[in-house]
Write a protein that binds this ligand. Structure first.
Ligand code: CA
Length: 509
């Protein structure tokens, strides 16, 4: 077995080395034919915040928003109607880049300042010692998860790894704040914070103009300062230039196009605002709509650049969002809840994959998957077969079979969320298995059970009606939390750790 691995490794290295000797490949790929991969990632965009319908019918929000380039991508690729992320930024980002579930990596809330948690004081619950410093590429940094990253592995496989936009992987003052420490060859505008100071270059992308903390100021885009350029536009220009350089250098590329949009601060892109105010929208809803279309224009510009280079056929494009829509924006009906909550409005996000020659055009997949699946999926796309995560476990499962139109290997595979934090919404752990979803509320210790096939809006709690299903999912969730080493909060009144969900099956609801 070891011999086979060694032979494989040698062949693999020869293949990569051979590729690098090819001086000018015409299509931006190396000799082993590795496809370019673009991960186009949007911040805080809900499942319905697009003109592409991800529900079984066209909704009011689908009619409100204009995302013609998402429509173009979906027409050439596959859209996933049940793709999930975590309900908040950093957990999602650490999951895709490590392949680990949030319960295991422990970065369960958003990160910013070293050794400081955004958690708020709660009368009942004290959050656990979660990894508030985020992801670390080096061991020994307190309150971080030390892990191998997807871009590190892609770089080893010969890829030019390009980071553009929002990073939000590690706290300021730790190694994980800088994408260059996480396996990226190039970093444009990424650092510790999860939001921009401003979307306007005339404000130097700085928070200073609104008297906010300068920690939010975006680094590295000084050449745009004082101009009329909107942030999404500047990032797109820089992303396309980095792609141009990778092609000129004969390297396959991995572009992580990670938009700050459509996260707060909500500032209109005036190129698109008027059509929404003309349509009768006012205030924040109109501003938000302009930001959605601005983000979509970026997608179009990146797709056009691929076309210009003639590399569409050899470039995989994956469009996704990192969590649901915030609560001050229109609810993503028919879904319940919003960003941070355990409900579908917090976790179900748009996902579209274009992969010429593999993914059928205009296809749709209703099987579910979760954010950590991105890690093994992209490695399979890149034909990277030999890798290992620190700790030996990867929670993600490749969804390449789904992209090929095959059924899921395990339609009853359980997927998990874990948020033991006190930030805006009550803490919880939850699991989806098949059509069923169980939510364990850490404050009340109540269990909620929903059948998503029959009740996508999670309106009817079936905990009392289906005691066997309740027990089954509570056990699955308990076993996972235990195995993953998930940290649970403490009950301030008893001084004891919150129990696993299985302890509360009898007293729910
Ligand atoms: Ca987010």
């Amino acid at each position: 077995m070891h011999t086979q691995h060694n032979v494989f490794a040698v062949l693999f290295l020869l293949a990569v080395w051979g590729g690098s000797l090819q001086s000018t490949p015409a299509n931006g790929a190396d000799a082993v034919g590795k496809p370019n991969i673009i991960f186009f990632f949007v911040d805080d965009m809900g499942w319905q915040d697009t003109s592409v319908p991800f529900h079984t019918e066209v909704t009011a929000l689908n009619k409100r928003y204009r995302t013609p380039n998402m429509e173009r991508l979906a027409a050439r690729g596959m859209k996933f109607t049940q793709a999930y992320a975590c309900a908040v930024c950093s957990p999602t980002r650490v999951s895709w880049i490590t392949g680990l579930n949030a319960a295991r990596h422990g970065v369960t809330n958003w990160t910013l300042r070293k050794d400081r948690s955004p958690d708020r004081n709660h009368p009942v619950i004290q959050p656990p010692a979660w990894n508030l410093n985020g992801l670390s590429p080096t061991p020994g940094v307190a309150r971080t998860v030390h892990a191998v990253t997807l871009p590190m592995l892609l770089r080893e496989a010969g890829y030019r790894t390009i980071h553009v936009g929002k990073a939000h992987f590690g706290a300021k003052g730790t190694p994980g704040e800088n994408p260059l420490n996480l396996g990226f060859d190039v970093n444009v505008a990424g650092h510790a914070p999860g939001g921009p100071g401003s979307y306007y270059a005339k404000n130097n992308f700085s928070a200073a103009f609104r008297n906010a903390d300068r920690i939010w100021d975006i680094p590295g885009l000084e050449k745009y300062h004082g101009t009329d350029t909107y942030l999404n536009e500047a990032l797109t220009i820089e992303a396309n230039r980095a792609v141009d350089r990778a092609i000129a250098d004969g390297k396959p590329f991995y572009l992580y196009m990670s938009h700050y949009a459509v996260h707060a601060p909500w500032e209109a892109d005036h190129r698109f605002l008027e059509k929404y105010t003309d349509a009768g929208l006012k205030g924040l809803p109109a501003v938000f709509a302009s930001m959605i279309e601005s983000m979509d224009k970026s997608l179009g510009d990146i797709l056009d650049n691929l076309k210009r280079h003639g590399i569409e056929e050899n470039t995989i494009v994956v469009f996704m969002s990192d969590n649901g829509c915030p609560s001050n924006l229109p609810r993503n009906l028919p879904l319940r809840g919003h960003k941070i909550t355990p409900y579908e409005g917090g976790t179900r996000v748009p996902l579209i994959v274009r992969w010429p020659g593999v993914v059928g055009q205009g296809t749709r997949c209703d099987d579910y998957l979760i954010i950590e699946d991105v890690f093994p999926t992209f490695l399979e796309m890149a034909s990277v077969a030999e890798y290992e995560q620190i700790g030996g476990t990867i929670d993600g499962v490749s969804f390449v079979p789904l992209l090929r139109g095959e059924p899921p290997a395990d339609p009853q595979r359980p997927i998990f969320w874990h948020f033991p934090n006190t930030y805006g919404e009550p803490p919880y752990s939850s699991v989806r298995k098949g059509d069923w979803k169980l939510i364990y509320q850490h404050v009340t210790r109540k269990l909620e059970l929903y059948n998503l096939r029959e009740d996508i809006g999670e309106e009817k709690n079936l905990a009392a009606d289906r005691p066997e299903k309740l027990r089954e999912l509570a056990q699955v969730l308990t076993d996972f939390l235990e195995e993953a080493g998930a940290l649970l909060p403490t009950d301030k009144q008893t001084g004891k750790r919150v129990e696993y969900p299985i302890a509360h099956v009898e007293d729910s609801p």
